[in-house]
Ligand binder design. Sequence first.
Ligand SMILES: [Zn+2]
Length: 181
Amino acid sequence: MWPWGHAALGYLLYTVYLRLRAQGTPTGWPVVALGFGTQVPDLVDKPLAWYLSVLPYGRTLAHSLFVAIPVVLLVGWVARRRKRPVVGVAFGLGYLSHLLGDSLHALLTQQWGDLFFLVWPLTTPPDAETVGLIAHLRDIDGSPFFLFGLLLTVAMLVLWNHHGRPGLAELWSVVPGQRRV
Ligand SMILES: [Zn+2]
Protein backbone atom coordinates (compact mmCIF):
# COMPACT_ATOMS: atom_id res chain seq x y z
CA MET A 1 0.00 0.00 0.00
CA TRP A 2 1.25 3.49 -0.90
CA PRO A 3 1.76 6.24 1.73
CA TRP A 4 -1.49 8.00 0.83
CA GLY A 5 -3.39 4.73 1.17
CA HIS A 6 -1.90 4.14 4.62
CA ALA A 7 -2.80 7.68 5.71
CA ALA A 8 -6.34 7.22 4.40
CA LEU A 9 -6.88 3.83 6.02
CA GLY A 10 -5.58 5.18 9.34
CA TYR A 11 -7.82 8.25 9.23
CA LEU A 12 -10.93 6.26 8.33
CA LEU A 13 -10.29 3.68 11.08
CA TYR A 14 -9.57 6.44 13.60
CA THR A 15 -12.83 8.17 12.67
CA VAL A 16 -14.73 4.90 13.21
CA TYR A 17 -12.90 4.36 16.52
CA LEU A 18 -13.88 7.82 17.78
CA ARG A 19 -17.45 7.32 16.62
CA LEU A 20 -17.70 3.98 18.46
CA ARG A 21 -16.37 5.59 21.65
CA ALA A 22 -18.64 8.62 21.24
CA GLN A 23 -15.58 10.91 21.23
CA GLY A 24 -16.61 13.13 18.35
CA THR A 25 -14.49 13.67 15.27
CA PRO A 26 -10.67 13.75 14.81
CA THR A 27 -8.89 16.83 16.12
CA GLY A 28 -5.55 18.65 15.66
CA TRP A 29 -2.51 17.04 17.23
CA PRO A 30 -3.98 13.54 17.46
CA VAL A 31 -4.45 13.65 13.68
CA VAL A 32 -0.81 14.71 13.25
CA ALA A 33 0.27 11.79 15.49
CA LEU A 34 -2.06 9.47 13.60
CA GLY A 35 -0.62 10.53 10.24
CA PHE A 36 2.94 10.07 11.50
CA GLY A 37 2.07 6.66 12.93
CA THR A 38 0.67 5.51 9.60
CA GLN A 39 4.04 6.19 7.94
CA VAL A 40 6.53 5.07 10.61
CA PRO A 41 7.02 1.43 9.51
CA ASP A 42 7.98 2.47 5.97
CA LEU A 43 10.01 5.47 7.12
CA VAL A 44 12.16 3.07 9.17
CA ASP A 45 12.35 -0.08 7.07
CA LYS A 46 12.50 1.21 3.50
CA PRO A 47 15.59 3.46 3.89
CA LEU A 48 17.37 0.89 6.06
CA ALA A 49 16.74 -1.88 3.52
CA TRP A 50 16.86 -0.07 0.18
CA TYR A 51 19.56 2.52 0.67
CA LEU A 52 21.66 1.41 3.66
CA SER A 53 21.35 -2.38 3.30
CA VAL A 54 21.04 -2.72 7.08
CA LEU A 55 17.83 -4.75 6.79
CA PRO A 56 17.22 -7.63 4.38
CA TYR A 57 13.83 -6.39 3.13
CA GLY A 58 11.65 -3.28 3.11
CA ARG A 59 9.11 -4.84 5.46
CA THR A 60 10.95 -6.27 8.42
CA LEU A 61 11.99 -4.50 11.61
CA ALA A 62 9.33 -1.81 12.11
CA HIS A 63 6.71 -3.98 10.37
CA SER A 64 7.15 -6.76 12.91
CA LEU A 65 4.67 -7.07 15.77
CA PHE A 66 7.66 -7.74 18.02
CA VAL A 67 8.70 -4.12 17.47
CA ALA A 68 5.33 -2.51 16.71
CA ILE A 69 3.59 -3.54 19.93
CA PRO A 70 6.34 -2.33 22.31
CA VAL A 71 6.68 0.95 20.36
CA VAL A 72 2.91 1.56 20.44
CA LEU A 73 2.77 0.76 24.17
CA LEU A 74 5.77 2.98 24.90
CA VAL A 75 4.40 5.95 22.97
CA GLY A 76 1.03 5.44 24.65
CA TRP A 77 2.69 5.41 28.06
CA VAL A 78 4.71 8.56 27.35
CA ALA A 79 1.61 10.34 25.98
CA ARG A 80 -0.34 9.39 29.11
CA ARG A 81 2.46 10.69 31.35
CA ARG A 82 2.33 13.97 29.41
CA LYS A 83 -1.44 14.13 29.91
CA ARG A 84 -2.07 13.68 26.17
CA PRO A 85 -3.37 10.09 26.05
CA VAL A 86 -5.44 10.71 22.92
CA VAL A 87 -2.26 11.56 21.01
CA GLY A 88 -0.76 8.21 22.03
CA VAL A 89 -3.89 6.33 21.02
CA ALA A 90 -3.96 8.06 17.64
CA PHE A 91 -0.29 7.25 17.01
CA GLY A 92 -0.81 3.60 18.00
CA LEU A 93 -3.89 3.23 15.84
CA GLY A 94 -2.04 4.78 12.91
CA TYR A 95 0.95 2.49 13.35
CA LEU A 96 -1.16 -0.68 13.62
CA SER A 97 -3.36 0.38 10.69
CA HIS A 98 -0.18 0.46 8.57
CA LEU A 99 0.44 -3.20 9.36
CA LEU A 100 -3.18 -3.96 8.52
CA GLY A 101 -2.84 -2.08 5.23
CA ASP A 102 0.27 -4.04 4.30
CA SER A 103 -1.53 -7.29 5.23
CA LEU A 104 -4.72 -6.61 3.25
CA HIS A 105 -3.53 -7.99 -0.08
CA ALA A 106 -2.23 -11.19 1.54
CA LEU A 107 -5.46 -11.60 3.51
CA LEU A 108 -7.66 -11.09 0.46
CA THR A 109 -5.62 -13.42 -1.76
CA GLN A 110 -4.90 -15.89 1.07
CA GLN A 111 -1.18 -15.70 0.35
CA TRP A 112 -0.31 -16.25 3.97
CA GLY A 113 3.44 -16.33 3.31
CA ASP A 114 3.27 -12.62 2.44
CA LEU A 115 2.47 -11.95 6.10
CA PHE A 116 6.00 -13.04 7.05
CA PHE A 117 6.85 -9.52 8.22
CA LEU A 118 4.43 -9.63 11.15
CA VAL A 119 6.65 -12.10 12.99
CA TRP A 120 10.04 -11.19 11.51
CA PRO A 121 12.82 -12.20 12.41
CA LEU A 122 11.25 -15.62 13.04
CA THR A 123 10.55 -15.75 9.29
CA THR A 124 12.70 -15.28 6.19
CA PRO A 125 11.79 -12.47 3.77
CA PRO A 126 11.40 -13.25 0.05
CA ASP A 127 14.59 -13.18 -2.02
CA ALA A 128 13.38 -10.66 -4.57
CA GLU A 129 12.19 -7.15 -3.87
CA THR A 130 11.67 -4.05 -5.98
CA VAL A 131 14.23 -1.73 -4.46
CA GLY A 132 13.98 2.05 -4.36
CA LEU A 133 11.24 4.64 -4.55
CA ILE A 134 11.73 5.39 -8.25
CA ALA A 135 11.48 1.69 -9.16
CA HIS A 136 8.25 1.41 -7.16
CA LEU A 137 6.81 4.49 -8.86
CA ARG A 138 7.63 2.92 -12.24
CA ASP A 139 5.81 -0.23 -11.13
CA ILE A 140 2.46 1.54 -10.59
CA ASP A 141 0.12 -0.53 -12.72
CA GLY A 142 -3.44 0.57 -12.06
CA SER A 143 -4.20 -2.75 -10.38
CA PRO A 144 -7.46 -3.10 -8.42
CA PHE A 145 -5.49 -2.86 -5.17
CA PHE A 146 -3.77 0.35 -6.28
CA LEU A 147 -7.14 1.79 -7.31
CA PHE A 148 -8.58 0.72 -3.95
CA GLY A 149 -5.86 2.80 -2.26
CA LEU A 150 -6.82 5.80 -4.38
CA LEU A 151 -10.48 5.30 -3.55
CA LEU A 152 -9.67 5.20 0.17
CA THR A 153 -7.65 8.39 -0.23
CA VAL A 154 -10.50 10.25 -1.94
CA ALA A 155 -12.93 9.07 0.77
CA MET A 156 -10.50 10.21 3.45
CA LEU A 157 -9.96 13.64 1.87
CA VAL A 158 -13.71 14.23 1.63
CA LEU A 159 -14.20 13.18 5.26
CA TRP A 160 -11.15 15.13 6.49
CA ASN A 161 -12.42 18.25 4.71
CA HIS A 162 -15.86 17.67 6.23
CA HIS A 163 -14.22 17.47 9.69
CA GLY A 164 -12.64 20.91 9.15
CA ARG A 165 -9.21 19.63 8.05
CA PRO A 166 -7.93 18.73 11.55
CA GLY A 167 -4.16 18.75 11.94
CA LEU A 168 -3.50 21.21 9.12
CA ALA A 169 -3.25 24.26 11.38
CA GLU A 170 -1.00 22.31 13.78
CA LEU A 171 1.34 21.28 10.97
CA TRP A 172 1.34 24.82 9.62
CA SER A 173 2.20 26.16 13.08
CA VAL A 174 5.50 24.27 13.14
CA VAL A 175 6.60 25.55 9.72
CA PRO A 176 9.47 27.97 10.41
CA GLY A 177 8.34 31.58 10.28
CA GLN A 178 4.66 30.75 10.89
CA ARG A 179 2.60 31.61 13.94
CA ARG A 180 0.32 29.10 15.56
CA VAL A 181 -3.24 29.50 14.17
ZN1 LIG B 1 4.78 -0.85 4.98
